[in-house]
Design a protein around this ligand. Sequence first.
Ligand SMILES: *Cc1c(COP(=O)(O)O)cnc(C)c1O
Length: 395
Amino acid sequence: MLSATQLIHAIPVDPLTGAISVPIYQTSTFVQESPGVNKGFDYSRSNNPTRAALESLIAELEGGSTGLAFASGLAAIDAVVKLLKTGDEILAVDDIYGGAYRLFTAVYEQYGITVNFVDTSDLKKVADAITAKTKLIWLETPTNPTLKISDIGGIAKIAKANGCLLCVDNTFATPVLQQPLLLGADIVIHSATKYLGGHSDLIAGILVAKEETVGARLKFFQNACGAVLAPFDSWLVIRGIETLHLRMKHHSRTALKLAQYLAQHPAVAHVNYPGLPSHPNHELAIQQGKTGGGIISFTLVNDTNEAAIAVTSNTQLFKLAESLGGIKSLISHPANMTHKSIPAEKRRAAGVKDSLIRLSIGLEEAEDLIVDLASVLDSLEINESSNAYLVNNEY
Ligand SMILES: *Cc1c(COP(=O)(O)O)cnc(C)c1O
């Protein structure tokens, strides 16, 4: 497990000046001594010292050979799909991030790359879905927004046996909670927009490859296609990573308290949180992911759009917004926000019910967040037990 000390001291001191904070090299080009003779940098799309510092840092945290920083999480995902050729197939988790779904289907199907969506929380379904065309397995674990857990180590074995690459979107867990490359994955991607950045102030993406050969091909695409992360934004991600350990611990601890509170609330039908023993893959979740993480979703007894809108529009501390992983707690209603473009029947079949509500737990006090949720949930169904719970549990 990645310790806080390891993480903090993986952040480099500037070798040139001793600056303890990584300098921002805000430059497009680098003066050369003679043609082709330089100090390792010639043009900032190809390489930039601030971006390079972030790239080596994240490679070290994930336990890979090559780190790469992109202008967004989707640009990072795009670079991975470019490893494929016409006729190849992606086997992807069914509860996939909407932007990845759109990229795989609306963009890459045009070029003859197909995608097969499978419930990857079931190893047998993964093994059965592999064909001779499958070249890439795409996992998110936990998934968004139903928090399903897939067995990274088990799926890595299936990938290896069938000669395909395994790529894990580690946005929700971060290397503090889960290190997919150490469990056998080949590539890790992050939307650094979320926990790595951690302050809701940038858009960024990360790739880490385990093997140098795969890393070199991805680096070629990064430079050839050009969606690189700017020096200042690279610095912001490094600055975010400085407190990642502390933040992930706090997010997880508070999320567990909120999940427990929600699970006993009479207006709540079901809570999806990998840290609760009631989660179908709880054991695996805390073994490969250490904690349940900072994201919770839940449905209401009154499973309607109206009830979900009443809850999500009336919290004070929880701000109604897309995205996740920042210091302020966010609340969202997937059926009307992130998943609105998916037909209602298909959306419901994937577990995204009309009343499903997603929470990104920030860094506030658990007690204050519970009071905020109680103010909206208790008005759906007044019940004394929820208040008794608050008093009895010293939040
Ligand atoms: C946000 C997100 C992405 C996309 O990242 P952007 O930085 O928004 O491009 C990919 N995967 C997951 C799990 C995400 O939450």
